[in-house]
Design a protein around this ligand. Structure first.
Ligand SMILES: [Zn+2]
Ligand SMILES: [Zn+2]
Length: 331
């Protein structure tokens, strides 16, 4: 039996390395099928701070042991690499057998049989999985100090499960501001790279996501801060009036303690716009007109989100969150 055949028989596992990105972060992915959120963790912290028993998803807080957080891409890569190694070993042993067979042919026989086996360019070693590009939002947990990064937003520390709602919220506002501040750059780049039409489409969609990002961030902040006071009804903080009343009962302060009635009206319109964008492709319906009191639109029209809308949203949400954090005693 050839050595490589033996090697193949004894092969129990193939290890495939995983590369860090340029910032020293390694890719992870939530193993929950409903989530599959991609994020990165600082590789040193992964070794030193993270525990084997439990890692939490920064997005959905799914909990699973540390060995279950390989990304789908890493697993596929490892599978391909393992397959290549096994194929490589099979080919190596086949070619050794061929050589042996050919060597053992009697020289004086009338009929000469020789085996011909051309192995492809097989290899018996693995290539590590490449790291995905660095992610923009870098977060350091205020509780366990582990560092991780995400695209978009994160709500939980993957190392300790801690939910820093206030930090997450300010990160989200920062991100929305970055989006809106860069909108002209994006428009210009896209106009050059593709077309004016596509540039407009993309920028419009970008502006619209700012509204939903802001509303969702505020909702998560409220849900997090509200926890000590009990269970809030599902999605209660997506509705301004209901949210405000809940705070009134919990900490004796309502939204009008921190923002003017004009600001409440404006914020309400933006919350209703988010609802339309999320559930009705942005097309105005009766419900929108009744709930928002927005007289600029008729049923059937499509709403527009302006840069000024996003700026107003950021300003008002900041005031509300300052008030809430003060009221809940977390600052
Ligand atoms: Zn998840
Ligand atoms: Zn932590």
């Amino acid at each position: 039996m050839s050595d490589s055949f033996k090697e193949l028989e004894e092969l129990k596992s193939v290890s495939v390395g995983i590369e860090n990105d340029e910032k020293g972060y390694t890719d992870k992915q939530c193993p929950s099928e409903e989530c599959e959120f991609l994020f990165k963790v600082n590789s040193d912290d992964w070794l030193n701070i993270f525990k084997d028993e439990a890692v939490w998803c920064p997005m959905c807080r799914h909990e699973a042991p540390a060995d279950q957080w390989f990304t789908i891409a890493q697993v596929e890569h490892a599978r391909e690499e393992a397959f290549k190694v096994v194929t490589g070993l099979v080919e190596k042993s086949l070619s050794n057998m061929t050589k042996k067979f050919n060597r053992s042919q009697p020289k004086n026989s009338f009929v000469s049989i020789s085996m011909d086996y051309k192995g492809s360019n097989s290899r018996t070693f693995t290539i590590p999985a490449k790291a995905a590009e660095a992610m923009e939002l870098e977060i350091k947990c205020e509780n366990c100090h582990s560092r991780f990064s995400v695209i978009g937003s994160a709500f939980f520390c993957p190392a300790c499960g801690h939910n820093s709602v206030t930090q997450t919220f300010s990160d989200s506002l920062r991100k929305i501001k970055a989006k809106i501040d860069n909108i002209d750059v994006v428009r210009e780049a896209l106009t050059t790279a593709s077309s004016r039409d596509e540039a407009e489409l993309t920028c419009r969609s970008l502006q619209e996501t700012c509204i939903s990002d802001g509303v969702v961030a505020f909702q998560k902040l409220c849900e997090g801060l509200y926890k000590p006071y009990g269970e809030a009804p599902f999605n209660a903080f997506q509705r301004l009036e209901q949210g405000s009343k809940l705070w009134g009962k919990a900490i004796n302060k309502e939204y009008n303690d921190w923002i003017t009635s004009d600001e409440i009206t404006e914020l309400n319109i933006l919350f209703q716009k988010r609802h339309l964008l999320a559930h009705n492709e942005g097309i105005v319906d009766e419900r929108y007109i009744t709930k928002s009191g927005d007289s600029l639109y008729k049923v059937g029209q499509r709403i527009v989100v302006f840069v000024e809308d996003v700026e107003a949203l950021l300003e008002i949400l900041k005031k509300l969150s300052d008030g809430l954090q003060d009221g809940c005693g977390v600052v």
